[in-house]
Ligand binder design. Structure first.
Ligand SMILES: *Cc1c(COP(=O)(O)O)cnc(C)c1O
Length: 426
């Protein structure tokens, strides 16, 4: 047995990793840079480069408009089917469309229309701000006495289910939460929350942005009504790659799309003057999809399907536990606190470490001038350093070196030379 806190041990864990060969399939120009931000922007798969080259030079450059009938028109549904396999949904329940924020708007609007007699939207104060902004906008738009009620986290890390049970009521039209919280990585019990909401006849909409491709999700088994999610994080679809939405079969016909455009029409190319909504999930489309961006998503989805979400989760949990054991050994005495749930079953695939000097520590980690490893995590106000684990390409050695570098920065106080003023994107 090698000592747990040595690089030899990390290398041994990498040797035994059944998913280790996937790392070679990503473009990694400088392997010495430790990228722990795949929870914000996933790495570029090598196949995506070739796939997009074909989309641009052959499909666009050569086939031109003919490409619409050679795959483009059905691309959103075809890739939706692949995502459906990753999130435990029927193939006809998922479609690639717009951004996560826009999809939330569409589905939350549809839900509020279905529950017009009810007044409350229930979310929490750990949700992603864009989600809350969209909901605040809907409250304004719907008017009347509608309110957005936020479940308060007792510690900013996890959720209090007793409080949830106390505040959900017959007034609740919609419960909408991030399955995995973007800051702390707290993971809700999807089945339990969905069941509680249904007991009160409320609808449920899950944001899967931080779970899809990282943790197993079974929308059908949990009887989830609606879901949305992002594809540029653990699904490695590339910056701004379009999001997806899910609506369960039984709801599709009853729900309206508030932004009805020609791509959600029964037959856009009949150019009818009056809108007739499409059957099934396509009615939630609006305008022309970003064809080239969607192309970039396919090789990445195929890789997640090939690895299997069960194996990805297994490795993610093992790496998370490994990171936490190193952090407890080296960082807690340097003033760090664990900002994520300690129990792996209550956690997604990133680990947040809190430190009052978190922002400057992140600056030192990313700066090649610091000496030692360059580590790219990200920072979330006011004091969270997020370390994202993407089991397709993160190695144990990287985790070891990253935590070791954090220890070095604290020992030598190198973070003190950086200003605390924030960049535009953190
Ligand atoms: C990343 C993320 C989004 C992204 O929204 P876009 O509209 O696609 O920019 C939304 N919600 C959550 C919870 C996220 O983590």
């Amino acid at each position: 047995m090698t000592d747990l806190y040595t690089i030899q041990h990390a290398r041994m864990l990498d040797q035994d990793d059944p998913l280790k060969h996937f790392r070679q399939r990503f473009v990694i120009k400088d392997p010495s840079i430790i990228y722990l931000d795949g929870n914000s922007l996933g790495r570029l798969p090598q196949k995506t480069v070739d796939h997009m080259e074909i989309a641009i030079t052959e499909q666009w450059g050569d086939r031109l408009i003919r490409s619409w009938n050679e795959g483009w028109y059905l691309q959103s549904s075809r890739l939706g089917k692949k995502i459906a396999q990753i999130i435990g949904a029927h193939p006809d329940e998922v479609i690639v469309s717009d951004s996560t924020s826009v999809n939330l708007y569409k589905l939350a609007y549809g839900a509020l229309k279905l529950k017009e007699e009810r007044t409350e939207i229930l979310s929490d104060d750990m949700n992603f701000p864009s989600d809350l902004y969209i909901l605040q906008g809907l409250v304004k738009q719907f008017g009347g006495n509608r309110t957005l009620r936020l479940l308060k986290s007792p510690d900013g890390i996890s959720s209090d289910m007793t409080e949830f049970v106390r505040i959900i009521s017959q007034r609740t039209a919609l419960v909408t939460l991030s399955h995995v919280a973007y800051k702390s990585s707290y993971m809700y019990d999807m089945e339990r929350v969905t069941e509680l909401a249904h007991m009160h006849d409320a609808l449920v909409l899950w944001d899967l942005s931080h779970s899809v491709g990282a943790v197993p999700v079974s929308l059908n088994r949990a009887n989830v009504d609606m879901a949305i999610g992002c594809t540029y994080k653990y699904l490695n679809g590339g910056p701004g790659s379009p999001a997806f939405l899910y609506v369960k079969r039984e709801l599709q016909e009853r729900m309206v799309n508030p932004i009805q455009g020609w791509f959600g029409e029964q037959n856009p190319f009949e150019f009818k003057l009056n809108y007739r909504e499409s059957e099934g999930i396509r009615k939630f489309l609006t305008g022309t999809p970003p064809v080239i961006s969607i192309s970039g998503l396919e090789p990445a989805l195929d890789m997640v399907l090939e690895a299997g979400i069960g194996s990805l989760r297994q490795k993610s949990v093992a790496q998370g536990e490994y990171l936490l054991s190193l952090a407890r050994q080296w960082l807690v005495k340097q003033g760090f606190r664990i900002g994520s749930p300690e129990l792996s079953e209550k956690r997604g695939s990133h680990i947040a470490l809190k430190h009052a000097e978190g922002y400057r520590i992140c600056k030192a980690l990313t700066d090649p001038e610091t000496g030692g490893s360059v580590v790219i995590p990200d920072f979330r106000e006011p004091n969270n350093i997020r370390l994202g684990i993407t089991p397709l390409y993160t190695t144990y050695e990287e985790i070891f070196l990253a935590v070791e570098q954090m220890k070095e920065i604290m020992d030598k106080k190198t973070y003190m030379k950086y200003p605390g003023s924030r960049d535009h994107v953190t």
